[in-house]
Design a binder for this molecule. Structure first.
Ligand code: UDP
Ligand code: MG
Length: 308
């Protein structure tokens, strides 16, 4: 049996070798289970010496492979490329920064042996992360689970061991706007969840700043929920009802109490409010439209510059 390990890397020069050494500490476990190993580093257009480092690993050990992109396409594209290249009967995706501890692999594999199709991990703490980031991350998962039918687990990592069947199901979803956490939920299959305490990055800095995460969250929402569109229609109905009530109120006030409406400030406020809501709803529709536009163009998810 072959186990493919996919490692998306973006400027991870300090981590490439560290990760390799850490993974090979499990060599005895692999041979005990008669697992052949294949390590696929997916270089996501790194500007540092990530690629030369992987090349020299490949020369030393031919189980190490490389897919190098022509530019930075994002981690989602990296994972997709890795899954496409993987030949394994079992496939696992792991971050290069050792935040997905390889030491969990034997336990994960034992669940696959018990008949689970995939073993997923989630971190129960967010120790070492800025509190603001944790707060918004939690908020995102809360909202997401309210508005989406697909289950997206709070704290879920992309660290997951899967059987070939699950990998093929994920590969069949060749959408351009990828949100893997949702895709995992959408394809289903029997999943075992393992929990662990957050581990801090081995070297270097996180590649996801707040803005990137915010855009990613919009990706997730538009890809796995249409509730925002319904909210737009709902607001329209709500405002019609409010306007109707206001008209009735003004007519009664005018005809019965002979007290006509005075002043433009109220008018300006109403116009601003209503046009604000209109633009907001238009923006929501625009988000879906723009995602559809990108999807329809059928551009490739990534472009390869070098492959080993
Ligand atoms: N990564 C990538 N492309 C990107 C950003 C990140 O392939 O555009 C990789 C990165 O090298 C790492 C993994 O994705 O192996 C997770 O990134 P990071 O550790 O920066 O995210 P965090 O753990 O802070 O959420
Ligand atoms: Mg990380």
């Amino acid at each position: 049996m072959l186990l493919s390990v996919i490692v998306p890397c973006y400027n991870e020069e300090e981590n490439v070798e560290c990760f390799y050494e850490e993974l090979l500490k499990l060599e005895s476990f692999f041979s005990q289970k008669e697992l052949e190993l294949e390590i696929i580093y997916v270089d996501d257009g790194s500007k540092d010496s990530t690629v030369p480092k992987v090349r020299s690993l490949h020369q030393k050990d031919e189980r190490v492979h490389l897919v190098s992109f022509s530019r930075n396409f994002g981690k989602e594209a990296g994972m997709y490329a890795g899954l496409q290249k993987a030949k394994g009967d079992y496939v696992v995706i792991m971050d290069a920064d050792l935040q997905d501890p390889p030491s969990l692999l034997p336990e994960m594999f034992s669940y696959i042996e018990q008949g689970y199709d995939s073993v997923a991990t989630r971190r129960v703490t967010r120790k070492g992360e800025p509190p603001i980031r944790s707060f918004f991350a939690r908020l995102f998962y809360k909202i997401m689970n309210k508005i989406s039918k697909t289950e997206i687990v709070d704290g879920a990592r992309d660290y997951r061991l899967m059987t070939r069947q699950v990998v093929d199901a994920i590969l069949a979803m060749c959408e351009y706007n990828r949100f893997t956490k949702g895709i995992y939920g959408w394809v289903g299959y029997q999943t075992k969840w393992l929990e662990y305490e957050n581990v801090e990055r081995a070297h270097g800095e996180t590649k996801f700043n707040f803005w990137k995460l915010f855009l990613y969250s919009i990706e997730g929402i538009t890809a796995f929920s249409t509730v925002p569109l319904a909210i737009a229609s709902f607001m329209g109905v709500l405002f019609c009802i409010a306007a109707f009530a206001a008209i009735v109120f003004l007519i009664i006030k005018n005809l019965i109490y002979h007290d006509p409406v005075a002043g433009w400030p109220s008018l300006v406020c109403i116009i601003l409010l209503v046009s604000g809501v209109q633009l907001f709803c238009l923006g929501i529709v625009g988000q879906y439209l723009s995602k559809t536009y990108l999807e329809v163009k059928r551009r490739p998810i990534y472009l390869v510059k070098e492959e080993l």
